[in-house]
Design a protein around this ligand. Structure first.
Ligand SMILES: NC(=O)C1=CN([C@@H]2O[C@H](COP(=O)(O)OP(=O)(O)OC[C@H]3O[C@@H](n4cnc5c(N)ncnc54)[C@H](OP(=O)(O)O)[C@@H]3O)[C@@H](O)[C@H]2O)C=CC1
Ligand SMILES: O=C(O)C1=N[C@H](C(=O)O)C[C@H](O)C1
Length: 239
């Protein structure tokens, strides 16, 4: 497949490595320096785009693809305030859009187990629940997209909490706190922690490298072309 890489940072470079290993060719590489070249690409020279850039550029990059008939797989985080607009645009253009806050198969299993644990834990009032995410110091958004997806999965299955909050010093009784920490070279660590007076239950995903994210994104890019609509990892993995 001819894959257009939009974003050539830590993820773009890892995705290039995996895509080439799997026998794909690159239609092109767009980064901040040559972002005007995006207008050279359309459905005649590109089978699918993979977009990992920045919260401020992701919506425009995705819009361009949807308006030019390019199926697009995006992993950029921190732009969810535009998500409904992008979904509408996808439907208006009969386009193909795939989004995941995290493409790793392991994290998507973690999401599944998180929802299951929340359905069980909701019956036990003695536990306090919180989420913690740790990432590298170059990360520009907070909380991570993965932590937000984790919080949404928990909130849907745990009636005692009704909204998530970020780094709250004193969260209200119905608020689910997401604690964010930044240290050099941490790829991505997410934990859901239930604590009672007597014990602690933790569910953790620790990414050892970016390869799991890149493999999932290439898998989504292989799967998406020919499908019309908005998709995510639950569709791809049948979770
Ligand atoms: N869904 C998932 O599984 C994962 C998602 N992510 C998310 O992916 C995004 C990228 O992460 P990462 O690769 O680590 O970040 P990097 O900062 O390493 O790379 C981002 C790249 O995008 C470039 N860029 C910025 N604006 C544009 C633009 N308008 N057009 C094209 N390229 C642009 C940057 O250029 P420059 O360096 O010159 O600014 C940089 O090369 C983040 O939002 C991150 O949270 C990350 C890992 C996994
Ligand atoms: O910026 C990162 O690095 C990551 N971002 C994603 C997120 O915000 O959840 C996924 C992964 O944790 C790495």
């Amino acid at each position: 497949m001819r894959i257009l890489l939009i974003g050539y940072g830590k993820m773009g470079k890892t995705i290039e490595q995996i895509a080439l290993q799997k026998g794909h060719e690159l239609a092109g590489i767009i980064d901040i320096q040559n972002r005007d070249s995006l207008k050279e690409y359309n459905h005649t020279n590109t089978d699918v785009a993979i977009e990992f850039t920045h919260p401020e550029s992701a919506p425009e990059n995705i819009k361009y693809c949807l308006q030019h008939g390019i199926p697009v797989v995006s992993g950029s985080t921190g732009w969810m305030q535009h998500f409904e607009e992008i979904k509408d645009l996808c439907r208006q253009n009969n386009g193909s859009f795939f989004y995941a806050s995290n493409y790793s198969v392991g994290v998507n299993l973690f999401f599944h187990f998180n929802e299951y644990i929340a359905t069980k834990m909701q019956a036990y009032e003695g536990f306090h629940v919180e989420i913690k995410e740790v990432h590298h110091t170059q990360k520009v958004d907070k909380p991570s997209g993965t932590a937000i997806t984790t919080a949404e999965g928990l909130l849907n299955n745990y009636p005692a909490k009704n909204k998530w909050v970020s780094d709250a010093a004193a969260p209200g009784p119905q608020e689910l706190n997401i604690i964010s920490e930044r240290y050099a070279d941490v790829v991505g660590l997410h934990t859901v922690k239930y604590t009672s007076e007597h014990d602690t239950i933790e569910l953790t995903h620790n990414a050892h490298s970016r390869i799991g994210f890149a493999e999932g994104a290439v898998m989504a890019a292989e799967w998406l072309p020919g499908k019309k609509g908005i998709y995510g990892m639950k569709d791809l993995l049948n979770l």
